[in-house]
Design a protein around this ligand. Structure first.
Ligand code: IPE
Ligand code: IPE
Ligand code: MG
Length: 233
């Protein structure tokens, strides 16, 4: 087993990007890239556990991804539904606690029910918390938080950073230490825009289906050499 790094990040978040380009490079349809990307997830989850990561957050579908052609959106929905059917038992046996960040409202009722059941089944697991950002948008998350704070009738002067954090989908969880983006894009794409205020970034040109344990280890190694200052000295 790989030894855990001294300065290992507790919470790693990944923008799993590049499935489409991975497929194109091979003359395959984009859906084949999404399938390969989803298969890769299992390997990366195992690697995360071995490398001592406690919380893994993965960006699977954004609030903006609904703008893609209906075929692709429907394909992604089926792939994810199949993943829950196929992987849930194994994830549960391996002590993975599943959480969802985002909204379930645009998902089919059957799919949304499967997500809720998976969360309920795994709620007491402690080995790894896996946050799946699905139908997730950072701005939508902040808008929802503002709405619930206003609805609770809190006096403005009592609203602090902690109040906002407590109303986000990630309430109660630490911010990501490290955010990895595959496929080389240098942007946030509406991911964890509040929580990532002081996260370290690691961007690799590798497309998501090819991102493996060795690459994750390299990202953690680079992280362990970073000097986080949080605005101080
Ligand atoms: C990431 O891969 C998966 C999702 C956004 C659902 P992409 O589908 O964005 O792949 P590229 O960026 O077009 O290569
Ligand atoms: C970000 O990737 C969303 C996910 C990985 C789920 P996109 O491919 O949607 O991001 P943009 O459009 O390149 O910014
Ligand atoms: Mg993309």
């Amino acid at each position: 087993m790989t030894p855990t790094l001294v300065n290992a990040p507790a919470h790693v978040a990944i923008i799993m990007d590049g499935n489409g380009r991975w497929a194109k490079q091979r003359g395959l349809p984009r859906a084949a890239g999404h399938k390969a990307g989803t298969d890769n997830l299992r390997r990366v989850i195992e690697a995360a556990v071995e490398l001592g990561i406690r919380i893994l957050t993965i960006y699977a579908f954004s609030t903006e991804n609904w703008q893609r052609p209906a075929d692709e959106v429907n394909g992604l929905m089926s792939i994810f539904e199949e993943v829950i059917d196929r992987e849930l038992g194994e994830l549960h046996r391996n002590g993975v606690r599943l959480r969802h960040i985002g909204r379930l409202d645009r998902l089919s009722p059957a799919f949304a029910d499967k997500v809720r059941a998976a969360i309920a089944l795994t709620r007491d697991n402690t080995r790894l918390t896996l946050n799946i950002a699905f139908n997730y948008g950072g701005r939508a998350e902040i808008v929802e938080a503002v709405r619930s704070i206003v609805a609770a009738g809190l006096p403005p002067e009592q609203i602090t950073d902690d109040t906002v954090a407590a109303h986000l989908y990630t309430a109660g969880q630490p911010d990501p230490d490290l955010i990895i983006r595959t496929s080389g894009e240098m942007r946030v794409s509406n991911f964890l825009i509040w929580q990532g205020a002081y996260s370290e970034y690691f961007i690799t040109p590798t497309y998501w289906p090819d991102f493996d344990k060795e690459q994750l280890r390299l990202a953690l190694e680079e992280y362990s050499r970073r000097h986080r200052r949080f605005g101080g000295l």
